[in-house]
Design a protein around this ligand. Structure first.
Ligand code: SAJ
Length: 424
């Protein structure tokens, strides 16, 4: 069988490589010629892909990439792994999914299996994707097959990768479900869990991420209360974590970034409104998380004031711009929101991040600097906004900085101590 994977990002490329490794002939589709060329040269650009694996499957001719959607005609299976962002009104933007489905519809043929993996609100597969495909006159569940199977890639996770993470599958009918289940069982070393329709599969993914955003908001609120009461929230979390059942630790920070957690729950909010329900808890969680960058700057102001310094003109070393530890992605990064607010108060900020050389900031490209002793001594305060475990010289930071505000307690987690270190 020939498998098509549309969207060669952090979800699609690992999936394409795994399918090629399993012995399928895979055609990767992407609109970015740069990505297509890199794949065809066997050059990896996704952290979670083993570079050797990509090289091998490309050299063996098991994986080729293209921007030409006509090659979809050769595919027996097509997996859609394109982004589902929010637009500037925080409304779901399904344009990538719709455009991709329309491209597939032009090449749809009998016996084709289409699987949507992009995170979206319940109902998308049956109410948006299916009608576009059936406009061709071909009938779902008779002429072609359609299922939803949420991606669960956790960028930077060294233990769970595409191959060993369990998968959920929901087809629009028995045959679609069976075919999709067989597809994933043939490439994964993990159980494939079948649900009764695409809706349950779509909703299960939203639940996974909404569970996170709500619990992160809870611990952020707890951190604010604890600070006012002079309680060490990090100790509190460790203490609560000794409960062997019914508790799962989350950690406070400067906010919630990435392309999933701050976005996916608002797909549900949007859809729930259509059914007349207002998802108050989810929206409140979003508000609390969105208030954290301002809270971080408030704490910086307090720490400087205690030393008779004001934020205006303060020399701030911002340690970490990625949205989470040990990744290079800065999408929705709370660190960038902290940077923006600090500069709004006219602080003089130098961002450093070993994983990020340059980043998009206010429609410009901004560069990070290398962390040096001089920078540590220059700074009135170093603000740690990303919990990078690796590639940061924290020993130098603790020794050379006069004041450190560690919003992620990464120094504590790595065993560094110092009376110049302050926590959220
Ligand atoms: N964060 C906190 N406190 C926490 C956990 C996370 O402030 O206790 C912040 C992080 O710093 C980051 C954001 O929330 O800015 C999102 O973190 P994340 O750990 O959820 O990471 P993502 O968005 O890269 O990946 C998540 C996956 N993460 C985990 O399950 C650990 C998973 O939920 C999904 O596979 C993925 O989103 C997705 O694609 O939906």
């Amino acid at each position: 069988a020939v498998i098509g994977v549309i969207g060669l990002g952090y979800v699609g490329l690992p999936l394409a490589v795994e399918k090629a490794k399993a012995g399928f002939k895979v055609i990767g589709f992407d609109i970015q010629q740069k990505r297509v060329d890199m794949v065809n040269r066997g050059e990896n650009y996704i952290g979670d892909v083993v570079p050797e694996d990509l090289k091998t499957v490309v050299e063996k001719g098991m994986l080729t990439a293209t921007t030409n959607y006509d090659l979809l005609k050769e595919c027996d299976v097509v997996t859609i792994c394109v982004p589902t962002p929010l637009d500037k009104f925080k409304q779901p933007d399904l344009s990538y999914v719709i455009n991709t489905t329309e491209e597939i519809a032009k090449r749809l043929h009998k016996e084709m299996l289409i699987v949507l993996e992009s995170t979206t609100y319940p109902g998308t597969t049956e109410e948006v994707v299916k009608p576009i495909l059936e406009k061709t006159g071909l009938k779902c569940e008779e002429d072609f097959y359609l299922a939803f199977s949420p991606e669960r890639v956790d960028p930077g996770n060294l233990i769970y990768k595409t191959k060993n993470t369990p998968k959920v599958v929901g087809g629009v009918g028995k045959k679609s479900t069976e075919l999709a289940k067989l597809l994933y069982e043939s490439i994964l070393d993990a159980p494939v869990f079948v649900v009764s329709s695409p809706k349950e599969a779509e909703m299960s993914k939203i639940l996974e991420n909404t569970f996170r955003i709500v619990n992160i908001a809870l611990i952020n609120e707890m951190a604010i209360i604890a600070r006012k009461m002079n309680i060490n929230i990090w100790e509190v979390i460790q203490a609560a974590s000794t409960k062997p059942f019914g508790f799962m630790p989350f950690y406070p920070g400067p906010g919630v970034g990435g392309h999933c957690i701050p976005i996916d729950p608002f797909y549900l909010t949007y859809k729930a409104r259509e059914y007349g329900y207002h998802t108050r808890l989810i929206e409140l969680a979003g508000e609390i998380n969105d208030s954290m960058p301002e809270y971080v700057v408030q704490r910086v102001m307090e720490l400087l004031n205690e030393r008779k310094k004001c934020l205006n003109g303060a020399k701030v070393l911002l340690v970490g711009v990625a949205y989470k530890g040990d990744v290079s992605d800065t999408r929705e990064s709370p660190a960038l929101k902290v940077l923006e607010i600090l500069e709004k108060y006219h602080a003089d900020v130098v961002p450093v991040d070993p994983y990020v050389e340059e980043f998009k900031y206010k429609d410009q490209i901004r560069k990070t600097q290398k962390l040096t002793e001089q920078l540590c001594e220059w700074a009135d305060i170093a603000v740690i906004t990303t919990a990078h475990k690796r590639n940061v010289d924290y020993k130098m930071l603790v020794e050379k900085c006069k004041l450190i505000f560690d919003t992620k307690n990464i120094l504590g987690m790595l065993g560094f101590k110092g009376d110049n270190i302050y926590l959220l």
